[in-house]
Structure formats: structure tokens, C-alpha cells
Design a protein around this ligand. Structure first.
Ligand code: BTN
Length: 327
């Protein structure tokens, strides 16, 4: 269904501002008139502005900023990430959809990406939700089959944060920070979060889904998060291209991922350390789910855990948690 909607929208985009006869569209897409009319309604519901009707012809009035696979594919600079793409106008959660694909289909290739224009049940870390306004952000998940034990899985999440950091600095010119482990900040506020979910045996990851949410063109954020969240548009005072950021990210992430497979985690640790102001010398407070740890950051260990020097001088290595305050 989504693929068909994408095809219809793509056909309309080829004839921007010109009315295309419903007759012809139905013929080209091999569907009945009533199905075509239904699909046009679905696109309208998804926010695409289409004038006209079956008998007068349909006309696209504004080029929608939709991440159609037909627009992404020809511009991909990767060999694996994004080669297989699922695109939704609306979905519960791209992470949940990717996990369902993996549970029900045997031939999901590594690097498969599930992308949505909006999510109705976007998931955040630690059981939170992720605000997913239509067309304003990037909401996508990548399927990976890393040949590593589960203890190394957090490194891929750090890799995604690094890749997004580079992609955004390159395409927007903004100055981006990374808050441990993988929140991206601009002007001190969060605009990107990453949620990785894995299915593993004791010594081998079966699959990993890395879900990335980026507030790109949000004009405002809901009042409950507006104090600590922002968007690239708010920070830069201009509309940013979602597709440019996505393509940069895919390329960057694939390079880092492949280098990890060849040479191990050193580069990830090095890059994360150079991109994040939280890496060392920062006084922070972390909740690791069980307790509160306060101290000064002293870099990452080889598995990506954050070293914290506590008041008495002892070093703690924190593998997961939430930085709740910092100076
Ligand atoms: C965080 O809490 O910081 C992580 C947010 C991750 C949100 C993204 S949006 C795409 C993917 N699908 C989801 O349901 N969540 C992730």
C-alpha cells in the first residue's frame, strides 16, 4: 500500500502543477478509478496538497518534502545502508516495524532502513515516547547484523551519534555537541535521540535495530519538552533539508560501521571523545537506573562506558543511564 502511494505521488511530482488525468494515472498504476481516488485521499490525509478530482485530473500544488524511496535511491552513496527502504506516511514506530519485519521475514538484508513521515507511537529511551510531528523530522530505523557479542552493541549506538554529528555539521554548519551516550545537542538543547534495540544470544547479537529521531524543521516543540528540546530550524533560523542530512548520515554511518568490522572500536571511541564536550573534565550527575552517580567525566573505556571520577577519587565505569544534570 505504501509503495503504491509512493508511486502515485512520484507520478504527480513528475508533472508538478500540471493536471494529470485520473484516467491516465489509473492506467499507468494499473488500478481502478475508485482505488485511485482512495489513494489520492490517503495522500491528502498524509498532508500532500493535491487539487482536482478523477474527472478534472489531479494536480500537485506544492512539492511536498516527503522522503520517497524514489528520490532517495538514485542519490545513495552507500553499498549497504538504505539500499532496501521501507517508507511510511504514518507508522506506530519504525523500530517496532523493523523488529516485526525481522520476526516474520527471513530475508531482511543488513542495512535495511524503515523511514516514516510521522509516528503515532514513537519510542524513546528508558520507556519514554518520541514526539514525531509529520514531515518535520527524520524518524528512521536501521537493521544491522553485527558479528559481535552483545557487550559491544552500545558502540554501534555511539557510532550512530558520531555519524549524525558529522552529517549535521556538514549539511547545516551548526555547532553540535553529544551528550553521553547518544543525545545530540545544539545551543545546549536536545534535537536528536537514538534508541537501539537488540535481540541476542549470550555471546552473539542476532540483530540490532538502531532508531534515530531528529527534530529538523519543527517550528515549536510541545510545552512539556520545549525547555530542553529544540530543532535544527529553530537553532539555525532556516529550513533544513531532511534528505541531505539523511544521505550524509547513511554514508558516514556505513563508513564507521565497516571500519569497525575491519579494525575494531578505536576510531569510534576517538571520534566520540573529540566530538563530545561531555567526554572529560565535565561535572555531571547520572542515573543508571539503580543509583545516582556524581563526579567528573574521565573519558570512555574500550566498550564505550563513561568513566566518572567520584568525590573520593574512585573511578566508576557507567555502561548505561541518563545524564540528568551537568555543569
Ligand atoms: C531517545 O529517547 O533519545 C531516543 C529517541 C529515538 C527516537 C527514534 S524515532 C525513529 C525510531 N523509532 C522509534 O520508535 N524510536 C526511534
Amino acid at each position: 500500500m505504501n509503495r503504491k502511494l509512493d508511486e502515485l505521488l512520484y507520478a504527480l511530482m513528475q508533472n508538478m502543477m500540471i493536471a494529470v488525468s485520473g484516467e491516465k494515472l489509473a492506467r499507468d498504476l494499473s488500478v481502478s478509478h475508485s482505488t485511485l481516488a482512495r489513494w489520492v485521499d490517503k495522500l491528502r490525509e498524509a498532508g500532500v496538497e493535491i487539487r482536482g478530482e478523477l474527472f478534472t485530473g489531479y494536480r500537485l500544488v506544492r512539492l511536498p518534502d516527503v522522503l520517497l524511496p524514489q528520490l532517495i535511491r538514485p542519490r545513495l552513496r552507500t553499498t549497504m545502508i538504505g539500499r532496501n527502504l521501507y517508507h511510511f506516511y504514518s507508522v506506530g514506530s519504525t523500530n517496532a516495524f523493523a523488529a516485526r519485519l525481522l520476526a516474520h521475514r527471513r530475508n531482511v538484508s543488513e542495512g535495511t532502513v524503515v523511514i516514516a513521515e510521522s509516528q503515532t507511537a514513537g519510542r524513546g529511551r528508558l520507556g519514554r515516547s518520541w514526539h514525531s510531528e509529520r514531515e518535520a523530522g527524520l524518524y528512521f530505523s536501521i537493521v544491522l547484523f553485527p558479528k559481535t557479542p552483545p557487550s559491544l552493541a552500545p558502540l554501534f549506538t555511539l557510532a550512530a551519534a558520531i555519524a549524525m554529528h558529522s552529517a549535521i555539521e556538514r549539511s547545516t554548519g551548526l555547532d553540535i555537541d553529544i551528550k553521553w551516550p547518544n543525545d545530540l545537542l545544539v545551543t545546549g538543547k536536545k534535537f536528536c535521540g537514538i534508541l537501539s534495540e537488540i535481540q541476542a544470544e549470550v555471546d552473539l547479537v542476532k540483530y540490532m535495530v538502531i532508531g534515530v529521531g531528529v527534530n529538523v524543521n519543527h517550528e515549536t516543540l510541545p510545552p512539556d519538552i520545549a525547555g530542553r528540546a529544540t530543532s535544527l530550524r529553530i537553532a539555525s533560523r532556516r529550513i533544513q533539508s531532511r534528505i541531505e542530512i539523511l544521505l550524509e548520515f547513511f554514508e558516514e554511518f556505513e563508513n564507521i560501521y565497516m571500519e569497525f568490522e575491519r579494525k575494531g572500536p578505536r576510531k569510534i571511541i576517538e571520534q566520540w571523545t573529540s566530538f563530545s564536550s561531555f567526554a572529560s573534565g565535565r561535572r555531571i550527575e547520572i542515573h543508571d537506573g539503580v543509583r545516582k552517580i556524581t563526579g567528573v567525566t574521565r573519558g570512555l573505556n574500550a566498550l564505550g562506558a563513561l568513566r566518572i571520577e567520584e568525590k573520593g577519587g574512585q573511578l566508576e565505569e557507567v555502561y548505561s543511564g541518563d545524564v540528568v544534570s551537568w555543569e
